[in-house]
Design a protein around this ligand. Sequence first.
Ligand SMILES: [Zn+2]
Length: 332
Amino acid sequence: MLPFKLVYSDDYYLPIGAHVFPAEKYRRIHDRLLETGVAEPSDFVTPQPASDQDVLLVHTPEYIHKLKTGTLSAREELEMEIPYSPELVQAFWLAAGGSILAADCALKNGVAFNIGGGFHHAFPDHGEGFCMVHDVAVAIRRMQRDDKITRAMTVDCDVHQGNGTAAIFAGMRVPTGPLPSTPASTLTPAAPAKVRNAQAGDVFTISLHQENNYPMWKPPSSIDVDLPDGIGDDDYLAWLDNALSSGLRQFDPELICYIAGADPYREDQLGGLALTIEGLKRRDQLVFRVAHARNIPVMVTFAGGYAQHLEDTVTIHCNTVIAAKEIFPAGV
Ligand SMILES: [Zn+2]
């Protein structure tokens, strides 16, 4: 039995037909974790859909009304890049409920997964890039509303910038100077990347992403690392190490929300970075090791993953669970 919970429902399946987003990946991850003995049936917990009040903590009443009544404009639906249906709305409300439950479990057990979620391109008033509702933001705002935390950090390692996250938590940010100098122990990446830093509100947002990729307009996160095309494992890990060290020098979160996208993978159809499956697992280990060393609970969501072979995407996501099992062998 795992020392942490995996939040999952068969109803995470997104009814979007033939689509580059592999909607069946959640079930495949669930099945693989059981088949390989990484998890047992009792490790899984079933979420309830988020309430409308929960979703309102992040999204505007007008947008929620449009979703509930099927009155998005053609342009709004196009921007979301997934076909609207009432069933799809239900799936997103469930994913948000899953992230709320995962955040709750993480605060109890040190780490927890939503075997879904990570819809980081959703904005308060509209959806984008396969994302309708920002489940991670809903979970953070719910934990804050329940007085379980005051400060959270998002660590977004999806290949695409977390534009919705940045916009939602922009708060009172003002641009600041360059990053403080990094300690000597920190690795120095060989490949150049642009690092942008802004002051955080109650949620500190870190995004490592490919610069030349969607979204074109990247609203400022607390730390953005704009990576060049084709970056490999070692440089990526060095930049991640730098960003985590810098972020945790500036901010003291009570919960880390790790958005563990599988799309920095070198065979991803929508990504232009060159990480290997092993490198992606080292990425997960780094995030978990840093959080564990500081006793910061971690809630994990899976976000994107568009490998040419679906099995690779499933492997990358399952490896994130295995990495947590290695780093948190007995919980925190
Ligand atoms: Zn992505």
